[in-house]
Design a protein around this ligand. Structure first.
Ligand code: ZN
Ligand code: ZN
Ligand code: FE
Length: 757
């Protein structure tokens, strides 16, 4: 019998698992990795062959994802015994590489057991855990095709590697203190420091120093999370003023001293993917104010490499662990580059000699009603493929958007969404993007025939896509891509009502969109309603300064706010900004949900200026009192949701002395109600009853929960994201899905399939 196993089955201990089962069942034959996955030839009694097939699915190793088992009878050849054969080289390489995996319990126990030869060894791993994607240079996944190629196994490791009964049988990154990578602690100038690297690094951290730590997918910058001066120093040196920093706790118990976490949240926190989980901060949590200023949430993660476990235990306190980069550049992962870029930030480097081949930032997630709601899908998740049906007629590349950039390959029924690249606004990020595209195309053996891109002519990803030779380019409208990604995320392929809310996206008519009520399927969309257009005075300055949006909204509403506190705070800038908005000079009109939230946030006194996009909206959500059910009126017309009236109501109520926490909630509720009425209008016009929610604004869980509840009460089915972010990190998936649907239906590739209702 020949068995073909497809899915994520390489580099996850699958062959030793097959060996053990086959031996147990008394079967003879062999198992090997090949470009299509795992191939098994087995002979023996019929019931044993049957049992093997059942076990392949039922007992598969924890990291394997078996997508298909195909059986085919072949002649008996009288084979004796069962063997694991070396990998076969071949043409069509189609087998996914597993994401990196947090250290397993068995390896962890060895690290803290003085009788083990891997006691305190920072690079301990086995077939069930350890680095994968970040060390893979080529496929098939074998040691010579990883960054462990240069390390020669010692006799003891080799014996484990070759023993089918051992947990480390064919564990490609297998290593031990005698033969594997080594830790070093060096000064910022590169001078080695004496003593045990872990203990010395821990002592530096306890004394307030900033230490660069080489992890799985790149360098982190670490400091004592309880030391406000240290955190402030890290922020200043890194030029990161306001964005919250993530904290690593040594274990769940320590994490629970900082944040509240339910059962499901603890399960995500302790999963071997080890994401940063945004959790409600506990009152009086012993964490420095500078970690997440003014934020009710804290991003917490648990150690995922032996190095982290050793370091965190030695420090004895939670540690800030943030991407090793300056401001918005991609995370540093090559040693020389890290030394150069992080030298001015870090007091010392805790580093090692196992190279990182692909950089990969930490993932960030939240838990929404018992399910994950991803914010950044990266380490531990990427590059696990997402199954997409009906699949891709030809290989497609989605070039992505701009902020929170990812790209996506589509081939067969798999969509391979990349790890987080970052904001595509500088040369570093652009180089990281093109490098990663080449790597993914190689390791997944995809030669894209089509490249799908965002319609925004200034996005670097768009410019890049249009420069590619020998591929067909298909433009995909930003908000259509958002909704298509939500459909694919939920495994759906039908016509739905899309509520696409975000900061900005390039509209089919060349204007700035950002709150769109669409009727759409993967191939095309009809734009039914949108938020009323309001000028953004000063363009990008309006994004940085929410008070400008409040001024523009009030002017649209015919309210003279020149005596208001807002105008006083704006000082001499107030009049010119109003003038700009009135004349339209450098003030593009937009239907942006993000800017509507900015206006509301400025009026509620949250802030007049932001340090990063979405900050004011996030703080407005936190200000809002969730117990308030009242809603400000927000009229919905034929084609418009009247955000101007909504803001005018908010303004009047605040003027009458309303508590901003109450007002912020009534604003959220007012918008939610309007969106549900808009969806109702599309249901009447088109007979649709499923609503998909996508776009960065849906990271606002208060808005999401209120809107969803009202939609359900109105009889809609509601789709929200589960595996892919609602923000622009999910755009690339939507792009490839739209391109595939257009190809199947023979659309003219130069049109974006848009219709105005
Ligand atoms: Zn392990
Ligand atoms: Zn060894
Ligand atoms: Fe967007």
């Amino acid at each position: 019998m020949r068995l073909r196993v497809r899915g994520t089955v390489q580099g996850v201990g699958f062959r030793p698992f097959v060996y053990r089962v086959a031996t147990r069942l008394g079967l003879s034959g062999f198992v090997l990795n090949d470009p299509d996955g795992v191939l098994i030839e087995a002979e023996g009694p019929a019931d044993a062959l049957e049992a093997l097939q059942v076990a392949l699915r039922a007992e598969a190793p924890p990291l394997a994802a078996v997508e298909a088992v195909e059986a085919e009878p072949i002649p008996v050849c009288g084979e004796r015994g069962f063997t694991i054969r070396a990998s076969a080289q071949g043409a069509a390489l189609d087998t996914p590489i597993s994401p990196d995996v947090g250290v397993c319990d068995e390896c962890l126990a060895e690290i803290f057991d003085p009788s083990q030869r891997r006691y305190r060894y920072a690079f301990t791993n086995c077939t069930n855990c350890g680095p994968r994607f970040t060390i893979t240079t080529a496929i098939p996944y074998d040691r010579p095709n990883t960054t462990m190629a240069a390390f020669e196994m010692c006799a003891a490791c080799k014996a484990e590697y070759e023993d089918p009964a051992d947990r480390r049988f064919h564990a490609q990154p297998i290593a031990c203190p005698a033969c594997g990578p080594r830790l070093t602690l060096v000064t910022a100038a590169g001078e080695p420091m004496p003593g045990d690297p872990i203990e010395e690094a821990a002592a530096l951290l306890r004394s307030g120093a900033v230490v660069a730590v080489k992890g799985l997918g790149g360098y982190h910058l670490a400091c004592d999370a309880c030391d406000d001066a240290a955190v402030t120093r890290l922020r200043r040196r890194k030029a990161r003023e306001e964005k919250p920093l993530a904290v690593m706790a040594v274990d769940v118990a320590q994490a629970l001293e900082l944040v509240d976490a339910g059962e499901r949240e603890r399960a995500v926190l302790t999963s071997l993917r080890r994401p940063i989980v945004l959790l409600a901060r506990r009152a009086g949590a012993r964490v420095a104010p500078a970690v997440a200023p003014g934020n009710r949430y804290l991003g917490v993660m648990l150690p995922y490499t032996p190095l982290h476990h050793l370091l965190l235990r030695a420090v004895g306190r939670p540690v800030v662990l943030t991407s090793g980069n300056l401001s918005d550049e991609p995370i540093a992962y090559r040693d020389d580059d890290a030394r150069r870029r992080l030298g001015p930030i870090a007091d010392a480097f805790l580093t090692h000699d196992r190279p990182i081949h692909m950089r990969c930032d930490d993932s960030v997630t939240r838990v929404l009603d018992g399910a994950e709601y991803p914010i950044r899908r990266s380490r531990g998740y990427a590059p696990a493929p997402l199954r997409v049906q009906p699949g891709f007629p030809v290989p497609v590349l989605g070039a992505g958007g701009e902020l929170k950039h990812t790209f996506c390959l589509g081939k067969g029924e798999r969509a391979i969404l990349s790890h987080h690249i970052g904001d595509l606004e500088n040369y570093e990020a652009m180089a990281s993007f093109t490098e990663a595209v080449r790597h993914y195309c190689r390791i997944f053996d995809v030669r894209p025939e089509v490249v799908a891109y965002d319609l925004h002519p200034d996005y670097l990803s768009t410019k890049w896509a249009l420069e590619q030779d020998d591929v067909e380019a298909i433009g995909v409208q930003h908000h259509h891509a958002h909704i298509a990604s939500c459909l694919a995320d939920n495994g759906r392929d039908e016509r739905v009502i899309g509520l696409a809310l975000d900061g900005t996206g390039y509209g089919s008519d060349g204007t700035i969109w950002g709150c769109e009520v669409l009727a759409c399927d993967a191939a095309s969309f009809t734009s039914h309603l949108h938020l009323r257009y309001v000028p953004l005075p000063g363009g990008s300055a309006a994004v940085r300064e929410p008070w400008r949006m409040a001024a523009a909204y009030l002017q649209e509403a015919g309210i003279d706010a020149s005596g208001h506190d807002l105008a006083r705070r704006a000082g001499s800038a107030w009049r010119p900004v109003l003038q700009m908005a009135r004349t339209g000079l450098n003030s593009p009109a937009a239907s942006s949900a993000g800017r509507l939230f900015d206006a509301a946030a400025a009026l509620c006194g949250v802030r007049d200026r932001v340090g990063y996009e979405g900050q004011a909206a996030a703080e407005l959500e936190q200000l809002a009192d969730p117990s308030v059910e009242a809603a400000y009126p927000c009229p919905v017309g034929e084609a418009e949701i009247d955000g101007v009236t909504l803001i005018a109501m908010l303004y009047d109520d605040l003027e009458r002395g309303r508590d901003p926490a109450w007002a912020a909630a009534a604003f959220h509720n007012g918008l939610a109600g309007a969106l549900v009425r808009a969806a109702g209008a599309v249901r009447e016009r088109e007979g649709l009853r499923i609503v998909a929610l996508s776009g960065g604004t849906w990271q606002n869980l208060l808005l999401l929960r209120r809107t969803r509840r009202l939609l359900l009460e109105a009889g809609f089915e509601v789709l929200t994201h589960r595996r892919v972010p609602a923000n622009d990190g999910g755009i690339a998936l939507g792009q490839v899905v739209v391109a595939a649907a257009r190809l199947r239906r023979g659309f003219d590739s130069h049109r974006d399939g848009a219709k105005m209702a």
